[in-house]
Design a protein around this ligand. Structure first.
Ligand code: GTP
Ligand code: MG
Length: 451
């Protein structure tokens, strides 16, 4: 039996409506005790009922109460949603009254966790719920809703079904080899099935890695020596003067961030302190942070000054970013060229002039080209959307290899069956069929309160 949980499900603040949500055995009776209006214990399921939430004989707010009886609810338990007038005081007071009457404050994600534990959704679908809430772009939302509709779940279930059929066939062959009329699964059948499954899984993993940017966006660090124009470039990319720009070298001390959407993908730009050796403690700290940002980013924009000769610091920065995706931006192109471009020997060079905006569009186009952003579509392809899913799927690949190799090496079929069971069980882990409490707690704690 599940206790009654309660949470404010809408963002707390001034708004037209707020929702206080409860789930668990007895929650309808609990709300009924504090409700003036119809007898909620007698109303039909899935009805909305007008009335008042009372604290003893004091009216707290005029409300609409949705009563949803198990099992056709979000959590598969009885659920009540109180729609009250949005506002911090009324909403908090209703929450307090519910707690005083026996409900417990829900943990983040606890409603969705119950939906999972009660078998209404699997783990992939639960993660999709969180992704929808966190979606910042249209493409990210489309991808998450397709996952919530169960497309990926469907594919995994199909793989598992095929594995089960293989196992069943193998067992029949092992247990009753003398029955000739039983459809014999030949070793080649297993090999073909396993091969095609490995190819499909591999393809989904590949697509998932390309499309990871739909959900996570792309983190772009803008780095370079002081005064080359990093902050000016950030401001031009964002279309607003977010970072302070001056002609004093060492203006930016702390990182400045800003986002834009490019071809439907979120780009998170991080402007950093100019990198140079310095004795200034604050600046030194900023420089360390800049180097850290290079390592963390998906793309580095390395800015050089067209009006100065290449320095040793520029060269050492180029070396630092060489094993990452990067674009070299030669800024201040309006000034005389002193930079030895031929020394760079690089295809990814863009010239900019932040005074006239020249080159900023070319820079954006270069980013689109580097990440193939125009070709990334969110719909119609099933993909894994987080590291947990991708890691588990990747763990299946070597086992599938082992099965194939085992067949070629004529390993006894019952040993092959053990590996097939392992793949079946790993795919089940993706759906949350065998999970550890720790993993589940950790996963749902990332959800919003009231979700
Ligand atoms: N002529 C010209 N000046 C520029 C251009 N871009 C930036 N500047 C100037 O260069 C100076 C430094 O610009 P910032 O954007 O602050 O440079 P930064 O790389 O962020 O500098 P730090 O924060 O000190 O590392 C300012 O005076 C800008 O006005 C450009 O394209 N052409
Ligand atoms: Mg700056």
């Amino acid at each position: 039996m599940n206790d009654i949980i309660v949470a404010i499900s809408t963002a707390l603040g001034k708004g037209a409506i707020s929702i206080v949500r409860l789930s668990g055995d007895g929650c309808i009776e609990l709300v009924n005790k504090c409700f003036k209006g119809k007898d909620l214990s007698k109303v039909e399921s899935h009805t909305i009922n007008f009335g008042y939430i009372m604290d003893e004989d004091k009216v707290i707010d005029q409300v609409l109460v949705s009563v949803m009886k198990a099992p056709k609810t979000y959590t598969r338990e009885d659920v009540v949603e109180i729609n009250c007038h949005g506002g911090i005081a009324a909403t908090n007071k209703i929450l307090e009254v519910m707690v005083l009457n026996g409900a417990r404050l829900a943990l983040p994600g606890e409603f969705t966790k119950r939906a999972f534990l009660n078998g209404r959704i699997d783990l992939v679908e639960a993660e999709a719920v969180m992704d929808i809430v966190n979606s910042k772009t249209e493409k990210a939302r489309e991808q998450s809703i397709s996952q919530l509709e169960g497309k990926l779940t469907g594919i995994i279930r199909k793989f598992r079904q095929e594995l089960l059929e293989l196992l069943a066939n193998i067992e029949v062959n092992i247990d009753y080899p003398e029955y000739e009329d039983i459809e014999v699964v030949t070793i080649n059948d297993i090999k073909d099935k396993v091969k095609s499954m490995r190819e499909s899984l591999n393809q989904i993993i590949k697509e998932s890695e390309i499309r990871k940017v739909i959900k996570d966006g792309i983190n772009v660090a803008i780095v370079g020596r002081p005064n080359v124009g990093k902050s000016s470039i950030l401001n031009r990319l964002l279309g607003e003067n977010k970072a302070i720009v001056t002609d004093i070298a060492g203006t930016t001390r702390d990182i400045v961030e800003g986002s834009i959407t490019l071809s439907g993908i979120q780009l998170n730009f991080i402007d950093t302190a100019g990198i140079r050796s310095t004795e200034d403690v604050v600046e030194k700290y900023g420089v360390e942070k800049s180097i850290e940002q290079i390592n963390r980013s998906d793309l580095v924009i390395l800015v050089l000054n067209n009006n100065e000769k290449l320095t040793d610091e520029d060269i050492s920065l180029i070396e630092k970013v060489e094993n990452k995706k990067y674009i070299i931006v030669i800024n201040k192109k309006d000034l005389d060229n002193k930079l030895e471009v031929d020394k760079l020997n690089n295809d990814n060079v863009i010239y900019t002039d932040t005074v006239s905006f020249d080159g900023i569009d070319s820079l954006k186009n270069k980013i689109i080209e580097l990440f193939n952003l125009d070709e990334i579509e969110s719909s119609n392809v099933e993909i894994f959307t987080n590291t947990r899913q991708i890691t588990l799927a990747k763990e299946c690949l070597p086992i599938l290899d082992d099965v194939e190799k085992g067949i070629i090496d004529e390993v006894p079929v019952d040993l092959v069956a053990i590996d097939i069971k392992r793949i079946w069980s790993k795919l089940g882990e993706i759906l949350g069929e065998n999970y550890s409490d720790e993993l589940i707690d950790q996963l749902f704690s990332q959800f919003c309160l009231g979700k």
